[in-house]
Design a binder for this molecule. Structure first.
Ligand code: C2E
Ligand code: CA
Ligand code: CA
Length: 761
């Protein structure tokens, strides 16, 4: 019997020692505590082993000391372990301090026991023919037991609380330890009170130590984990199939059963149905995946299939699982969002940004194809909205979009750039400019009351370099449109490089004007006006720009640009001021000559013409009758009343108002009788275009007669020959201007001209 116990004890000592070393090497944080604890169980067992083997009193007594002191050490490390295992604060615990004081006291009293034997003595008894020294406890031993049981009790309470308060998976790890410890404690108690010869209680603690080692370091609640995983798998929204190593389906979750229409009895059909629905997708390699589209366009369904292999501990293929995710809702939403972001809501055409992007891609995909960029602009679309309604306007845009689309080849890209502007990119050899122009000239919209012709202007730009910014290409096409914007017969304009030069030129002119006016680059040139005797009676002031790099610029190079961007106002102000300076000097010299200045229609928008001119003559002390004001008929096309008023004011102040270029534009004799003008300037240039000279002369004669009747004097400009001069004189014209007399010349030259010959006396 004592040999059997010896073997058990030795086994436990070796096992616990091994566990202690293994725990030390574990990477887990609790590893060192477990190592200390399992090691600490060995001293009481060693004590027990000595007691069992002792043949005399002394070794037995030493064995008992080792047993009890070891017990104190073990219970202390057990306390430390359990507190750490249950996540109680060890370092700051007051309870722990109190318990440690008791333990210290217990160790202390064993020290006294050597002299006073107040804890225990031993008595020899015979067991199986051997003498065994049995423990005879005294009151000190009772203290020891109270301390050990007290601490054990605290430990059990801690474990119990943890067991009750943790979630189910975790409570298992506490309850198992709790249960074993209770058993060990009961076992120990039994041997204390039964007083059987050999104390076997340490076997319980030894086993407890081994269990702790296992639970603290290796145990996972696998059963629960399995169940949780199985739950997750069946409740997954994805279809999930498990296949064995022979690719036979062994399990499918509910969505998978629905997808392949199988039940638990027919799992083996799943593979075949999957393959027929999605194409070959079972038995694929590990981590294989595929996106699958079934059906087309709006009815398309989208799936993502993934296959993963499962291997056993040795890395051998054990089976696989396959998931099928139905992506249809997300994909459709994504497609809808994509569509909305890239298509115009009204017409369903590409938006500007998307059109640019698509064109860019196309150009780079097929750089060899020659293509055109088209900008299609609905002229006066605002009118459609105004005379019909915005809703009607919207319908017209949809209608136009469809009609234009129909005229473009399939390989064209077409979009709405915004408002009433469409854009397209067409392959050059699939685009017939003349046919397109013809088709576009015929749009007509009508409701019950109104019939309206829609005018479409197209700017075309050939793509010569595919790396040119698409926006720049469209800018060029827009630019081409500008050249026909007032033309009702032409529908297509083709961009060429001259247009770009012109834009650059226009920009240059505009930015340099201010400096030109300041630095004396802009100068008034004077063109003589003569009477029937050929005597100079005055001159027209005409602007010339002596440009630092471009040289001499005549007005047609810059006036139209300045008219367009309204900077003409600055120029005219400068010219009027210059005219006043000249007149004031002439006045001082006693010259009785007048100067005519031009007034642009734009001047009336941006300033109070009458006030400005009056202020100027006041400032320079010029006689108002010497400053003549040239207006054109176009100013009378808008806001007639206020302009009549301005002209009236000027005439009242003594200025002479001349109607310039009469006969060249929309001249209306009707308008003339109401016009507050003093002089008609008849443009000879319009007559020179006519073949029928006689007819032209008749017209001029009638204009002159008419002006006589109205009390308006006539002035003919553009007189180039002596013959014209004579005929016009005979017709009754009293004043003349033209190259026959003089070209516009610098002021000094004009003054020299006056002095030399045809000067007034
Ligand atoms: P305009 O007011 O009708 O000026 C007369 C134009 O006819 C001048 O051209 C003059 O050089 C030209 N001309 C005069 N006699 C003859 C002739 O016998 N035969 C021909 N073929 N042409 C003749 P220019 O100076 O080139 O001016 C062109 C236009 O520029 C002017 O036409 C006027 O509308 C505008 N312009 C010139 N200076 C100014 C200005 O300071 N302010 C404004 N607002 N416009 C100006
Ligand atoms: Ca003029
Ligand atoms: Ca003129």
């Amino acid at each position: 019997m004592r040999d059997q116990f010896s073997v058990i004890f030795v086994f436990l000592i070796i096992a616990l020692g091994g566990c202690s070393i293994a725990a030390l090497q574990s990477k887990r944080t609790i590893g060192s505590t477990v190592a200390v604890f399992t090691a600490a169980i060995t001293p009481p067992i060693i004590g027990n082993l000595i007691i069992v083997r002792a043949g005399t009193s002394l070794p037995a007594t030493i064995g008992y000391y080792i047993y009890f002191l070891g017990m104190d050490l073990m219970i202390w490390t057990m306390l430390k372990f359990v507190m750490e295992y249950c996540n109680y604060k060890w370092k700051k615990s007051v309870l722990r301090c109190i318990l440690e004081i008791f333990l210290a006291a217990d160790i202390f009293q064993y020290g006294f026991d050597i002299f006073f034997h107040q804890a225990f003595t031993t008595e020899p008894i015979q067991v199986d023919g051997y003498s065994y020294y049995r423990l005879v406890p005294r009151f000190g031993q009772t203290f020891h037991r109270a301390v050990v049981y007290g601490i054990l009790f605290v430990i059990l309470i801690m474990l119990l609380i943890k067991t009750l308060h943790s979630s189910r998976i975790y409570s298992e790890r506490y309850s198992v330890i709790f249960g074993t410890l209770v058993l060990a404690a009961l076992w120990q108690t039994f041997y204390i009170f039964s007083r059987t010869p050999v104390d076997r209680s340490m076997i319980g603690f030894g086993v407890f130590g081994l269990l702790i080692f296992y639970f603290a370091l290796y145990y996972r609640p696998m059963r629960l984990l399995d169940r949780m995983l199985a739950n997750i798998a069946s409740e997954m929204p994805e279809a999930l199939f498990f296949f064995d190593s022979g690719d036979k389906c062994i399990w499918a979750n509910t969505p998978a059963q629905v997808l392949t229409d199988v039940t638990e009895e027919t799992f083996d059909k799943a593979a075949e149905r999957l393959n027929s629905k999605f194409g070959e997708c079972t038995g694929k390699p590990d981590n294989w995946f595929s996106g699958i589209v079934i059906g087309e366009d709006d009815d398309a369904e989208y799936y993502v299939i993934e296959n993963h292999h499962i291997t056993d501990d040795k890395g051998k293929f054990a089976g696989s699982f396959l998931t099928v995710r139905d992506n249809t809702t997300e994909q459709r939403k994504l497609k809808r969002e994509m569509y909305n972001a890239t298509h115009d809501r009204l017409t369903g055409l590409y938006t500007k940004e998307y059109l640019y992007q698509r064109i860019n891609e196309l150009l780079h995909d097929e750089p060899e194809v020659k293509r055109y960029i088209l900008s299609l602009n609905v002229r006066n679309f605002k009118v459609v909205n105004d005379i019909f309604s915005t809703e009607f306007g919207d319908k017209v845009l949809v209608f136009l979009a469809e009609r234009i689309r129909a005229e473009l080849s399939d390989n064209s890209l077409f979009g709405r750039l915004g408002g009433d502007i469409f854009g397209a990119c067409v392959p050059a050899d699939e685009f017939d400019i003349e046919r397109f122009e013809r088709k576009l000239s015929k749009f007509r919209v009508a409701d019950i009351n109104i019939d309206y012709n829609i005018l479409i202007h197209v700017g075309l730009c050939e793509i010569t370099d595919i790396d040119t910014d698409i926006a720049v290409l469209f800018d060029r096409a827009h630019l081409a449109i500008q050249t026909i914007k007032d033309d009702y017969h032409k529908h297509i304009a083709v961009y060429d490089d001259k247009m770009r030069q012109k834009v650059l030129w226009d920009q240059q002119i505009s930015t340099q004007l201010a400096d030109a006016l300041k630095d004396g680059q802009m100068r008034p040139y004077l063109q003589a006006i003569v009477d029937t005797n050929g005597k100079i009676v005055g001159a027209e002031a005409l602007a010339r720009w002596i440009h630092p790099t471009e040289g001499f610029l005549s007005p047609d190079r810059f006036i139209p640009v300045l008219e367009k961007n309204s900077m003409i106002v600055e120029l005219d102000r400068f010219m009027w001021k210059s005219a006043c300076e000249i007149l004031s000097r002439w006045q001082k010299e006693g010259w009785d000559l007048f100067l005519s200045v031009n007034i642009s229609p734009k001047d009336f928008y941006f300033m109070d013409v009458a006030a400005e001119i009056k202020e100027l003559v006041d400032k320079y002390g010029v006689d108002p009758t010497h400053l003549r004001i040239e207006i054109t008929e176009t100013i009378m096309m808008t806001d007639v009343e206020s302009k009549m008023k301005t002209l009236g004011e000027l005439r009242n102040a003594g200025f002479i108002v001349e109607m310039d270029d009469f006969g060249s534009g929309y001249s209306s004799l009707n308008l003339l009788k109401d016009m507050p003008v003093d002089v008609l300037k008849i443009d000879m240039k319009f007559l020179s275009r006519t073949e029928d000279v006689l007819r032209a002369h008749t017209i001029v004669r009638n204009i002159i007669n008419l002006s006589d009747d109205l009390g308006i004097s006539a002035l003919t400009e553009g007189v180039e020959t002596e013959n014209q001069y004579h005929i016009l004189s005979e017709m009754g014209c009293r004043m003349f201007q033209g190259f026959y007399f003089s070209k516009p010349v610098p002021v000094s030259e004009f003054e020299a001209l006056c002095r030399s010959g045809i000067t007034p006396e």
